[in-house]
Design a protein around this ligand. Sequence first.
Ligand SMILES: NC(=O)c1ccc[n+]([C@@H]2O[C@H](COP(=O)([O-])OP(=O)(O)OC[C@H]3O[C@@H](n4cnc5c(N)ncnc54)[C@H](O)[C@@H]3O)[C@@H](O)[C@H]2O)c1
Length: 298
Amino acid sequence: MKSTFSLLKRNFTSLKQRSIDPFGGDKVVKNHPLPNPQRLVNKYALITGGTNGVGKETSILFAQSGVEGLTIVDWNKKGQDVAEEINHLAKRKVAQFIHADVSSDKQMERTFTEHMQRFGKLNVLFNNAGILAANDDGPCNTPDEDYEKTMNVNVKGVFLCHKYGIPEMLKSGGGSIINVASIVALVGSAAAQVVYTASKGAVLAMSREIAIMYAKDNIRVNTINPGPLSTELLKNFLNTDAKLDRRLIHNPIGRFGHPKEIAQVVAFLASDESSLLTGTQITADGGITAAYVTPEKI
Ligand SMILES: NC(=O)c1ccc[n+]([C@@H]2O[C@H](COP(=O)([O-])OP(=O)(O)OC[C@H]3O[C@@H](n4cnc5c(N)ncnc54)[C@H](O)[C@@H]3O)[C@@H](O)[C@H]2O)c1
């Protein structure tokens, strides 16, 4: 009989040698070209969920791309440290932090008022804050409170940012709004997270309609659908060969995305280089949604 030690060893140390490191996105992004410091010049931006992950990488890239002013919004107060880090790196007071919950109407109204008081213009709005509730599962066993919480942050939060952001963008002469959905807005996931999936489908549909409404006002609205990104959480969760293989079978490039790879797409959509793009979506998933795989019953 196998000892407990050998079982633990299999779980945590015997991940097989792979020709591509599934978590090797950090090596890929190190080879990205240096950002163009003129790309976002004269633009004032607001990013929600800028304390971690995609939002933090995008905040840093925006500063490196010459953004004039940046408001980072998050319910995690560590966003203050991110704003200070960016100001230090940029050697100018480009970023401010506002502590707010995107699902609160009052707090979002205050957030956009404070952004305009500080910077006077809003040209780029990146609606990135989103959650995946711990007990989100199938339709028969996901708790009601997880439904409410997810819909409030992922759908109402994005709605409120348009509600208070669009009037300021109109006063600023137009701009670019970038929303974050997910590949689950396009294809069903065998590992159920049905409320998250519904919320991201709503973001995609809402973005298209708002894009059409404001197309002649010089406001562009586009959506990014990321595939799974390499985060600490994902690394800890996929800690055995079996779990990792199950995920990688869907993944043509053999690795998970890096948050900076999403930030690069955001920077393109935020810049005037994407002037013909509105009401559309960019799926940044390493080819996952292009592949045909029949899932096992899990
Ligand atoms: N990580 C992935 O694999 C993945 C895949 C597809 C889509 N996405 C989407 O990309 C976006 C960013 O994901 P991430 O991986 O960087 O997540 P993350 O958890 O690392 O960062 C999300 C940030 O949003 C903030 N936030 C959450 N709820 C908030 C609220 N109510 N008010 C204010 N701030 C709030 C968090 O504090 C955090 O800083 C999300 O919308 C997510 O659904 C992520």
